[in-house]
Design a protein around this ligand. Sequence first.
Ligand SMILES: [Fe+2]
Length: 469
Amino acid sequence: MAKMGTSSRVAAAIVVVLGIVLSLAVVCNGGKTSSFVRKVEKAVDMPLDSDVFKVPPGYNAPQQVHITQGDQLGKAVIVSWVTVEEPGSNTVLYWSAYSKKQKSEGKVTTYKFYNYTSGYIHHTTIRNLKFNTKYYYVVGIGHTERQFWFITPPEVGPDVPYTFGLIGDLGQSFDSNKTLTHYELNPQKGQAVLFVGDLSYADIHPNHDNVKWDTWGRFTERSVAYQPWIWTAGNHEIDFAPELGETKPFKPYTHRYHVPYKASQSTAPFWYSVKRASAYIIVLSSYSAYGKYTPQNQWLGKELPKVNRSETPWLIVLMHSPWYNSYNYHYMEGETMRVMYETWFVKYKVDVVFAGHVHAYERTERISNVAYNIVNGICIPVKDQSAPVYITIGDGGNLEGLATNMTEPQPAYSAYREASFGHATFDIKNRTHAYYGWHRNQDGYAVTADSMWFFNRYYHPVDDSTSAQ
Ligand SMILES: [Fe+2]
């Protein structure tokens, strides 16, 4: 090795010291790393004979019933279910206290995945519903009928209160069941779930055992048959398995979970938007191309200017892979998408971004990192009141277990982080205020372990940080 001269050694030492000072300036004075320590136990899948997976009785009884928003405004609902013995009827019979019984007709599909053949998967869209109305609906007509209900959202408007639940990376372990129970019994009463991806985790079982998609559908029915879950695709939805001859990504997911992507002029079900009450929700795909000139990029570029904040003040973005994540899991996986889109999020003043993927909880302050231009070297997250708050809520409870290992020290922008399973609610009060609360599964149903009052970025863009930095 060549010897360094004294002057170059001094210069090198100065660079090292400067580097340390600079990096300390960036990473010190973080927010709160919770002292709550969860008992370390492995997440275990519930056995196939668990009551939550029970097949409903009766010939060809509909199972895995689930609903999601069926248009952009909330006047339509997509009803989906699976029959096993034979296709049966695609009809949904529905009515409200103020209307006669009506019928809507849908379609049935099946798919094969390696050695698995699906049941008959039905999707029927009910349209022209009245806002803010309770509807009853029946599926399984002609064989075993099952009845459910849902409540349509209020008409879109700037001061319409609405409560969203937030669940991610749910899976089907005993912990997943606790998360869902806590969500259902939370006195905040979520009216629709924003689901940030990774549904069944079928793909981590031998041959991507698609029976696990069926059990997950039966497990979640108790919530999603009664209120819409807005779907985001995660990496466990990709199901790309060339070793099994399965080379079409997202095959089980797209057959089972339909979304109203065409209503927002999207060309694929992985990125789309819906309006609900006073919120505009943009769903993005971490696992579809998002670079310049790609369909998702073109769509988002046209979509953001369309958001009319005087109609829907709250701009919420869902994605699977987080951009700001200080856990040592999936570290920087969201970085390339952040580089592509963060400037837009700041420009259009996104209120909050919810992501999953990391099996833990984290909330950031409002920060951005958009000054870098290759030559200026400015690549530090800084406080930015035009930027969203980033929340990682991948703590649904799946089999893969918790992410417990965090980068230290906690970055300055990270307001709160904790490795516990749980869920959250985002409770919009009016055009200026929303109350956000995160709930860990070990607490009582009404307890919030982390909370924040959100001030709307369009109507009330004052500093709403929760730390004193
Ligand atoms: Fe994931």
